[in-house]
Ligand binder design. Structure first.
Ligand SMILES: [Zn+2]
Length: 380
């Protein structure tokens, strides 16, 4: 794996998946001690946590990037940390200071982050609140958009491990989408620009991505932020950080997003994205949901031969402040259409209770080696 250290950058945030509001303190201390940045509170979350934006640069091109509008999707917040280090330490990037203006919002949903959940404290999915704007987070966010007036917007997310590149067994380590402005999936000028930008980023990242690169379905989501920004004439891109083999901390996708962000600054400043055609976007394989974390194939259970699939679930443990990894049964039967990130053949399964889907794994599998799951936890 490419190491982040090889780029000579040191992150200030702790490398962890459960990234909460207070975990951002070192980042804001860094911002406050470097006068190329300015930070500002632009509103409060439902539970009163300040929503903060970081500004850099004074140029006419204006890019806004926000992360963790889904509280349990921290990878891009780590990538913003790296971007912020580049804005201070990388001479090539520093040279763009009077050509582009950035507004960076690390953690738009701090209440959700506190609970390690997708939605905000009221249970609202902020990425479906673009029209009604019920949540204080989205109200504040729209005020920020009105003030900042971006001409580019990047909407940063994490995607689940089940996303594959097409029907292959390759995980989608990074996926992009140029959202649709309407049900007809119209390619407006803004959407075309977003597609061209994604195409250019894909070409740039291919050396690192090695085919782990996907395109999200462009179905129109009438309440989603990206679709509505597109409708309002702001070119925007959905980034989805995903799994790379043996990288549950998602450092690979963090590295790739950092690389994509650096490249996009250049592309925006020089308007080089215009020289990539939309074909490069459509050539990117569409994501499918073909992967499961673990598949036991052809196991024997009560005299029947069948397959069983598990997914990892990251459960926040309030007392310890740590995520615990539990395993959930997500499918049973003939799973030949799916691929396991980890696969085991044959063997037999013993369970004290009936198996069922959406059930926490509680069984022993005996095969080439033994696996015992107790209350979802894999006993080592
Ligand atoms: Zn998300």
């Amino acid at each position: 794996m490419d190491t982040l250290l090889s780029k000579g950058l040191t992150k200030v945030l702790d490398a962890k998946r459960w990234l909460r509001y207070k975990d951002l303190d070192p980042l804001f201390e860094f911002i406050n001690t470097h006068d190329v940045f300015r930070s500002e509170e632009f509103g409060k979350s439902e539970e009163g946590r300040p929503l903060r934006a970081i500004y850099w640069g004074s140029g006419p091109k204006r890019l806004i990037i926000w992360t963790q509008m889904h509280g349990n999707e921290p990878t891009a917040t780590h990538a913003l940390d790296l971007l912020i280090q580049s804005l201070v330490h990388d001479i090539k990037v520093k040279a763009l200071e009077n050509k582009i203006s950035l507004a960076l919002v690390p953690m738009l949903n701090p209440d959700g982050a506190e609970r390690f959940q997708r939605r905000n404290a009221l249970g609202i999915d902020l990425n479906r609140d673009a029209v009604a704007q019920c949540s204080s987070e989205i109200q504040a966010f729209y005020n920020l958009l009105d003030q900042f007036k971006p001409n580019w917007a990047f909407n940063m997310h994490d995607q689940r491990n089940l996303f594959s590149i097409g029907a292959q067994n390759k995980s989608a380590t990074l996926s992009f989408l140029a959202p649709s402005p309407n049900e007809n999936r119209h390619i407006s000028l803004e959407r075309k620009a977003s597609m061209q930008m994604i195409g250019a980023l894909g070409l740039h990242l291919e050396q690192h991505l090695k085919g782990h690169f996907g395109r999200y379905t462009d179905e129109f989501y009438p309440k989603a932020i990206g679709d509505n920004l597109m409708k309002a004439g702001i070119p925007n891109i959905l980034f989805e950080a995903g799994y790379y083999p043996n990288d549950h901390l998602r450092e690979k996708s963090c590295f790739l997003i950092h690389q994509a962000l650096l490249k996009s600054l250049e592309l925006i400043v020089d308007e080089q994205w215009q020289y990539t055609d939309t074909e490069s976007y459509f050539k990117i394989p569409e994501n499918k949901k073909q992967l499961r974390d673990m598949i036991f194939r052809g196991l024997n259970y009560r005299g029947c031969t069948m397959d069983l699939a598990l997914m990892r679930v990251e459960m926040p443990m309030r007392r310890s402040g740590q995520l615990e990894i539990l395993h959930e049964i997500v499918d049973i039967g003939d799973l030949s259409a799916f691929q396991g990130i980890e696969e085991h053949e044959g063997g037999s399964l013993q369970s004290e209770r009936d198996l069922g889907i959406n059930q926490i794994a509680d069984f022993t599998w005996t095969g080439a080696r033994n696996y015992t799951f107790k209350n979802g936890k894999l006993l080592q």
